[in-house]
Design a protein. Structure first.
Length: 354
């Protein structure tokens, strides 16, 4: 009774950490070993990356240094980020990328969900395409074969996520349809795409599809690759949404029917809002995976961020410093992934059931 009237005071963070790491002899030994390894790794990382590193874009200075050569990023950073886009016109992909990121950030605010957000993203994509393609407003035309680097990675990721979501929702609804033909087609599509690696679809879109189609119907190579990535992401998104739809209690549908709501009203006002709310965590994971999957387009000669990394490593004198280049690209992918994960956690907290 006394414990109920006077509950114990919560432990401070240092004391809780000490209790967790050193609660007994075995736990203390393991904790000390792990901490020692972390300290050892941290000291060596600082020595290699900071104290003995070289920042000048000079191969001779880098060879004399005992640590990292960040000068490789100074020398090859522009090539990695912007790729083969004409050097005199590289302000255009930079401007297009900034417009795309700003519009995505604004449209991601909950008050802009819906038509306003769609219009913002569509405006950003149009501006991005006009700036990179050129041919209008006095801009020099640039073929899509020269689009590369970080702008191309962001473009493919945004297009795959933006179009893969609604297509995935439609496929998930088709799999739950009462029409057998529609249900079989949706199921066959999902199982076929999930049973194939993305690289197979990319090879089909890049090399096989132009052979099968007549010359007048052959799409731009970049558009074919984007369609393959979208269809691949849609198949996985469909399964995520289908799981959310199955989580809706039958009582919700019965209540909607009792209120005389139509099937469309029940779907848009009752079913989908609840299903999409429950699928926020797996959807965020799927979006992160989609961003990373875009790196596979480098195999079909589309130079995204990883493709331009290979171009930068083609210079023999800078080739020994590939770890620094990989760290740069990895940091970019990590920043994108952490941003999506943080945004997913924000939405999960905002729309959590009270």
């Amino acid at each position: 009774m006394a414990e109920m009237l006077h509950p114990p005071m919560p432990m401070s963070m240092p004391r809780r950490l000490w209790t967790t790491l050193f609660s007994d002899a075995g736990t203390a030994l393991v904790s000390m070993l792990i901490l020692a390894l972390m300290v050892y790794a941290g000291v060596n990382a600082l020595r290699w990356g900071v104290f003995e590193s070289e920042t000048l874009g000079d191969v001779t200075a880098c060879r004399a240094a005992g640590g990292a050569c960040w000068g490789a990023l100074v020398e090859k950073g522009r090539l990695i980020l912007l790729g083969r886009y004409p050097s005199t016109e590289q302000w255009r992909p930079i401007a297009g990328t900034l417009i795309l990121l700003v519009c995505l950030g604004i449209s991601a605010l909950p008050q802009n969900f819906g038509r306003r957000g769609v219009v913002l993203v569509a405006f950003a994509l149009v501006c991005f395409g006009v700036l990179l393609r050129g041919g209008v407003f006095g801009l020099t035309p640039v073929d899509t074969d020269l689009w590369s680097g970080l702008p191309l990675t962001l473009l493919l990721s945004v297009v795959a996520c933006l179009f893969g979501m609604p297509i995935g929702i439609l496929i998930a609804l088709a799999r739950r349809s009462k029409l057998p033909v529609l249900r079989w087609l949706a199921t066959g599509y999902v199982e076929l795409v999930r049973g194939l690696p993305l690289i197979t679809l990319l090879f089909f879109g890049a090399f096989v599809l132009p052979i099968l189609l007549p010359p007048a119907w052959r799409l731009d190579p970049m558009l074919r690759i984007a369609v393959c990535v979208v269809l691949f992401a849609a198949a996985y998104q469909a399964e995520v949404v289908r799981a959310g739809l199955q989580a809706i209690p039958a009582g919700q549908l019965e209540a909607a029917h009792a209120l005389s709501l139509s099937k469309w009203q029940t779907l848009t006002r009752i079913v989908l809002p609840q299903a999409l709310r429950t699928t926020i965590p797996p959807t965020a994971s799927l979006l992160i995976g989609t961003v990373k999957d875009t790196s596979l387009v480098a195999i079909v000669n589309v130079y995204d961020l990883t493709g331009t990394l290979r171009l930068a490593q083609g210079d023999a004198q800078w080739r020994p410093y590939f770890p620094e280049m990989y760290l740069m690209v990895s940091a970019i992918y990590l920043a994108i992934g952490l941003s999506i994960a943080s945004y997913g956690r924000y939405l999960e907290r905002r729309y959590a059931l009270k």
